[in-house]
Structures are given as C-alpha cells and as structure tokens.
Write a protein that binds this ligand. Structure first.
Ligand code: 3HC
Ligand code: NAI
Length: 704
C-alpha cells in the first residue's frame, strides 16, 4: 500500500482486513479508490489470506463518491473498475457495514460477495438527489439483488432504508448482533470459510424479468413526483434498459447516462444546494468563541409558533418551560404540543415511551415568568407587536439569570429595538423559525448590532441540536426570507394589476417548480395578514408604490382564503385544492378600469421572468447590504423556507447560471414602465457589467 494511504491491509488468522479510514465520511476519493485497487491486488497474491473483510473506521462505512471531485476531470482508477476488481476476487469478500452506506458506498458493498450490517445501519442510493444516477453498477447490481420493483423504488427516490428492511429485501445477507463492523465481518467470513462458500457475484446472477405494465406505472409515478427533473427518469430507463443487455453492456450504458447527467444544470444545482446547506452553518467567528451550554429553554407564547418550537425542542432532548398569559392558555398550548408529538409517534418518527417522557418530565407550561429564572435560553413567540415584545423583554431582563440567551421569533420587527428594552443587548438575538416549526428545517439566526459572538455561536449550536439549518441574517424588515418574499409577491401583484389572472400567475410559478403559486399560498396563510400589513404601512407609503387593490377588495368582502372557504379560489366542502372563481375576471376588470389601466396579455414566460428577476434583484440588495453573508445562504433560505425548487439550486445560483447580464437587461426593460419598483441593485448591475457572479461575493459579515 502506498504511504499514507487511507486504505490499510492486514492479514490475521487467514483473513485479510481491508480498512478504509478517510474522515469524515470515508468518501471514495481518488486515494481511497487507489488504495482499494492495491488491496485487491495484494489479496490475490497473499497466500495466507483465504477471505477478506472490507470495513471502515469512524462514524460510517463509505458514504459515497467524493462529491467535491464532481465537475472536475475524473482521476483513475475509476470506481466501476475498482468494484469490478473486488467482485472478481477469487477469495470471498465480505463488506461489513455501519453508519450510512450511500451511493458509491453501497455500490462497493454490492460488488462484494457478502454483506453484513450492524444494527442501526442505513443504506441507499441517493444519487438522484444530486441530479445523478448510481454510476458504479448500482442500476445493474441492485435489481439483481432485490428485484426490479424495489430497485426502481430505491434508485428513483434516493431514499434510505434501515438494516432490517435491507435484510428483508435481500440487500444484505446478515444483520449482526454487535455494533463492531470488523467483528461482524470477521464472523461472517469465518462462517463462509467453514461452509466452504466461495465468491458469489451479482454480475453473474441472471437479470430478473421485467413486467412492462409495472415499468409503465413507475414511469408515470416518477414523472409526476420528479416533475421538472431529468435524473430520476433517466435512472429508471437505465435500470430497465440494462435488464435486456449483458451485464457489461448494461454497465456501459449506465456509465454513459452517468456522464451525461454530470453535465446537466440540475446536477450542478443540486450539488450546490448540498454544499450551501453545510456552508451556512460555518461561522468564521473569532478564535476561541464557544457556544454557551443549553439544556433548558423557555418559550414565551404557546400559539402556533410557540407550540411548534416546543415540540421541536422536546424532540431534540431539551427541557422546555412554556409561559402563557393564563393557565387556560398554558393548558391549551400543552394540548397542542401533545397533538404534535402524538402525530410524530403515529408517523413512526418518535417512540411512544419517549414522547410520554417528554410530555410528563421535560415540559412545563405555566402562567408566571418566575419559572424562567434558571433557563439557559428563552425564545419569545408572542404577538407580532413591538410594544408587547419590548414589555416581554423587560420582564425577561428582570427574571432570567445573567448569561441566559434571550431570543425573539419576530418575523419582521427590529431586533435592535427589542434588544434595547433590556440592559443586556449582547445576550439578545433573533431566532426566526418557520411554520410549522416542528417540521420546517429552516432557522434564520438574526444577529443584532450588539449580539455577542458566543450568543450567535449558541444559536447555531441550538439549530444543529434541533436538526435545523441555521442561516445567519442581519437586521432588516423581514430578514432574508420574508424580504425576498415581499419583492417577488409584489412583482406578481403588478402582473395581475396589468392584465394577468391570479390563476395564470400561479400556473406559471408552479411550472417553474414551486409547489404552489403566490395566490395559492396567500389563500393558505390567510389574506388578512397581508391586508393588515398594508393598512399599517399606508400612512408612510411612497405615492409611486402600486397597491394590490384586488387583494384588499377580497379581504373587505370577507374572503380571507381557505379558512373562509373563499379567497382567490373557491374551496368547496372537503376540497383543499380550490377552483378558480368565475367572478374574478369581472372584479379585476373593474379595478383596472378604476385605476386607468389598459390590460394586456401576459405569456407564462414573462410572468416567470418578472417573478425571478424581482427575487434575484432583492437577493442582490440583501447581499450587498451584508444582511446575508453569502449568496448561498440566501439560496438555503429560499430552498428550505419558501419552496424554491431544489434542482434549480436557489435564486442566486439560478441567476449565476442564467447569466447576470440577461437578468439585468430584463430589469432595465421592466423599469421603463415602473422605475420605482424595478430599481436595480447596484451590486447586480456591477456584476452584470463586469461578468462576475453572485457566488463570488462575500460580504465578510460572517467574520464580524
Ligand atoms: N463527498 C464529499 N464530502 C462529503 C460527502 C461526500 N459524499 N458526504 C459528506 N461529506 C462531507 C460534508 O460536506 C461535511 O463536510 P464539512 O464538515 O466540511 O461541512 C462532512 O462530510 C460531514 O457531512 P454532514 O455534515 O452532512 O454529516 P452528517 O453526519 O449530518 O451526514 C451523511 C452524513 C449522511 C453521509 C451526509 O453527509 C450525506 O448524505 N452525504 C452525501 C451522501 C451521498 O449523496 N452519497 C452519494 C454520492 S454520489 C455517488 O456516490 C455516485 C456514485 O454512484 C458513483
Ligand atoms: P399566535 O397568535 O398563534 O400566538 C401568540 C401567543 O402568544 C398566544 O397564544 C398568546 O396568548 C401568547 N401571548 C401573547 N402575549 C403574551 C405574553 N405577554 N406572555 C405570554 N404569552 C403571550 O401567534 P404566532 O403565529 O405563534 O406568532 C408568534 C410570533 O412568531 C410572532 O412574532 C410572529 O410574527 C412570529 N412568527 C409567526 C409565523 C407564523 O407562520 N405564524 C412564522 C414565523 C414567525
């Protein structure tokens, strides 16, 4: 083995132990591939070794190909060749699995002759989630191991399964009792030797028969669930085509499909999203900054958000004290939290005993603030009103111990003003959860002017503990996400004022890949919220601002959305889908004529272009002002909080891929009619002129 190889070979008692040690997740870097190839040579020539055990050090068996190598020129030896060498071994090779055996990792295991897993191991071929398909034999070997239907299911969804299910499917041969993969592999190898079992190669197993009706049904299913994406259908085709070919030819067409997908914008976007999510958590904090320990948290307000935050915190193992205005409200909040945990138990996400323990021992809902004297961190989630919140923070300042972190879940209010209500603004931060807070993974961490670095670090540590993706934001109206939302919703409203129907806008936005259009979302959230905000802002509104009069008209006539059965859509009893309102056209025509607007037709393409341009322009302003530290953080917010299609990578990545000059030119054109709304971000204009990208902008805020 070459010096410093991440792969070591040691023969003990007739068994070769081939160990991969390539932290953090034993990805198949070029050095690992080389090390494995050398180990197989050595095995062939080692007269003492009668069998081999392939296993990994650290937290997991191989978690896949090294994603950071994608998009760069490939380096030999290539993975399919390495796996072919493992499979070709004349001595039985056992793959001993633990952790998360994913992608190329599972393909290596499929190349081995036997597979044993320790309890808790998870397995999957997640390549489609990266815009790819299994490119090292997965589409050919998996159907031979588990059958065509399950192979299609696993490969086109990219989902993971547990060790027991893998055993039931025939993906692994044995489930070990103990937790040590090396020992499990050795036991399996000794059993094989005792039985005299030799190598058993999936490539030599006949391909299973295919039922064309089943394939047709899967094709329809995948086309629907993977709307807008290419990889899942290509994966399905590759599996099916391979079954009619020799194994070698099947491998060749898989390789071609893999290389084709490697070139797609979908692959680049999905891998961007993968790294953007991990980068968001990386804070360039001054050396030595440590998070404050958090075990007990307080929550003020047990409404929609307070309940969701409490359920999420309990599930993460935290002790929760929830404060409401009176005992009745506290009891109501407890009931809501119980229902959320019961739901998690029902969905198999949480164990019943654990849920009961959380509710009985880790949750306290009370009416007095004194119960917060000893908590480590408080999250305020009361009404969205500055006076109310400042009063709460004055009280917290009085009752909480020194050093406790005081956080607000405000959606729009100025965190500096909230912090200013206390004598300890350094301990105050915004923690903007998304609804439903027990489900949504996004957490905007709003760092105010005086927030101490260790308080920011504590917020990121809390996000991680709660299984959330924390994204840093500066203070501004709406922070990153809601500020972007306002911009692209406004662009949509202008299009409706000028002649499109809300239904046409929703369709165009859904065609972009969003799960819902802005008017469907409005109906779901309740139209009264936007109406109240517009009323509040009316006295200071710039006269050039165009108001969505139609939205106010709906609210004034009692149409608040789904909750009243009518909003932009009509919701018939038991139909959450909603149908277009035949009277909408007349209402819009009346409003347009009152405003002196001559309506014009809109193509879907223009609607989409305006929607995206408004989003990108606002994102560039947010970046330029240092509200977001990096463009990729904005992408993470839109991906996880606003339904942006993941396979487009987020609005900033999308903009770079389109070319900023094109977007700047669109904005300039739209500004001819409405220069007030379409003020181009100076950063965007400069980058467009210079040929730069948003991805390269770093505001340096994360170093502050
Ligand atoms: N390649 C390179 N780096 C990887 C990686 C991979 N396949 N998987 C994880 N990493 C890195 C992460 O970027 C992160 O780095 P950082 O600490 O510098 O940010 C570090 O490993 C730890 O990752 P996580 O923070 O995600 O750790 P978790 O414990 O939460 O999750 C995991 C571990 C489940 C393995 C998760 O990282 C994951 O899902 N990884 C991707 C797995 C995958 O998609 N594999 C398929 C690759 S494609 C392939 O194999 C093609 C083949 O068919 C030819
Ligand atoms: P809500 O109206 O459902 O709940 C607020 C709760 O706070 C009520 O139960 C009320 O009794 C309680 N409360 C009010 N004053 C209190 C006080 N002084 N002490 C103790 N309890 C008090 O409101 P919701 O939707 O949960 O919003 C709460 C906060 O979260 C707001 O700031 C909102 O902007 C923010 N937010 C809301 C989101 C949403 O989608 N609903 C998303 C993200 C943030």
């Amino acid at each position: 083995m070459t010096e410093h190889s991440p792969v070591t070979y040691r023969c003990e008692g007739g068994i070769a132990f081939i160990e991969i040690d390539n932290p953090p997740v034993n990805a198949l870097s070029a050095a690992v591939r080389r090390g494995l190839a050398e180990a197989m040579d050595r095995l062939a020539n080692d007269a003492d070794a009668q069998a081999a055990v392939l296993f990994c050090a650290g937290r997991t068996f191989i978690a896949g190909a090294d994603i950071s190598e994608f998009g760069k020129p490939p380096v030999a030896p290539f993975l399919p060749e390495v796996i072919a060498a493992i499979e070709a071994s004349g001595k039985p090779v056992v793959a001993a699995l633990h952790g998360t055996v994913l992608g190329g990792g599972l393909e290596v295991a499929l190349g081995a002759h036997h597979r044993v897993a320790v309890p808790g191991t998870r397995m999957g071929l997640p390549e489609v989630t990266l815009g790819l398909l299994p490119g090292a034999g997965g589409t050919q070997r998996l159907p031979r191991a588990v059958g065509v239907t399950d192979a299609i299911d696993l490969i086109t969804s990219g989902r993971q399964i547990g060790a027991q299910q893998a055993l039931d499917l025939g993906l692994i041969d044995a489930l070990a009792q103990g937790t040590d993969p090396r020992a499990a592999g050795e036991a399996e190898a000794r059993r094989l030797l005792a039985e005299g079992s030799g190598p058993r190669r999936l490539s030599e197993t006949p391909a299973p028969a295919v039922d064309p009706d089943m394939v047709q049904a899967w094709r329809a299913k995948v086309a629907k669930s993977a709307r807008g994406q290419v990889a899942p259908l290509r994966a399905l085709d590759t599996i099916v085509a391979g079954l009619d070919l020799s194994f070698a030819k099947g491998m060749a067409q898989e390789r071609q499909a893999f290389m084709d997908l490697m070139q797609t914008p979908e692959r680049a976007a999905l891998i961007h999203a993968f790294f953007a999510e991990r980068r968001a958590a990386q804070q360039d904090d001054p050396a030595g900054v440590k998070a404050r320990p958090v075990a007990r948290i307080g929550i003020i307000g047990g409404g929609t958000m307070g309940q969701g935050i409490a359920a999420s915190a309990l599930t993460a193992g935290l002790d929760v004290t929830l404060v409401e205005r009176d005992e009745a409200a506290a009891a109501k909040a407890t009931g809501g939290i119980r229902a959320m945990l019961d739901g998690a138990v029902k969905r198999g996400k949480l164990d019943r005993t654990a849920a009961d323990r959380m509710l009985d021992q880790a949750l306290r809902a009370v009416a007095g603030y004194d119960a917060l004297a000893n908590v480590d961190l408080v999250i305020e989630a009361v009404f969205e009103n500055l006076d109310v919140k400042q009063e709460v923070f004055r009280t917290l300042d009085r009752v909480c111990r020194p050093g406790a972190v005081l956080a607000t879940n405000t959606s729009y209010l100025d965190v500096n003003l909230i912090a200013g209500a206390t004598a300890r603004p350094q301990d105050v931060i915004g923690l903007h959860f998304f609804s439903p807070a027990n489900v949504m993974r996004l957490l905007e961490i709003v760092v105010a002017d005086k927030t101490a670095p260790d308080v920011t670090a504590t917020a990121f540590a809390l996000a991680k503990k709660m299984g959330k993706i924390g994204v840093r934001s500066g203070v501004c109206d709406g922070f990153i996400g809601n500020r972007m939302l306002l911009a692209y919703r406004t662009a949509a409203d202008h299009v409706v004022l000028d002649g499109a129907s809300p239904y046409q806008v929703d369709r165009a936005v859904v065609d972009l890949g969003f799960p819902m259009g802005p008017y469907q979302v409005g109906d779901l959230a309740g139209l009264d919220i936007g109406h109240a905000t517009r009323q509040r802002k009316a006295p200071t509104r710039d006269p050039r601002e165009r108001v969505p009069v139609f939205a106010d008209r709906l609210v004034e006539s009692g149409r608040l959305g789904r909750k009243t059965g009518r909003g932009y859509y009509i919701y018939d009893e038991g139909s959450p889908q909603g149908r277009p309102d035949p009277d909408m056209d007349d209402m819009l025509s009346g409003i347009r004529s009152d405003l002196g607007i001559t309506p014009r037709p809109f193509e879907a393409e223009e609607i989409q272009s305006r929607y995206m341009a408004a989003m990108v322009n606002e994102g560039a302003k947010i970046l330029d002002e240092g509200i977001a530290a990096r463009a990729s953080d904005i992408d993470v917010v839109l991906l996880h909080g606003y339904g942006f299609p993941r396979w487009k990578g987020g609005p900033m990545h999308w903009a770079d891929a389109q070319g900023l000059d094109r977007i700047a030119a669109d904005i300039a054109r739209y500004a001819e009619d409405d220069p007030y709304f379409w003020q181009i971000s100076p950063l965007l204009a400069r980058l467009a002129a210079e040929g730069g990208t948003l991805a390269d902008v770093n505001t340096g805020k994360d170093a502050s």
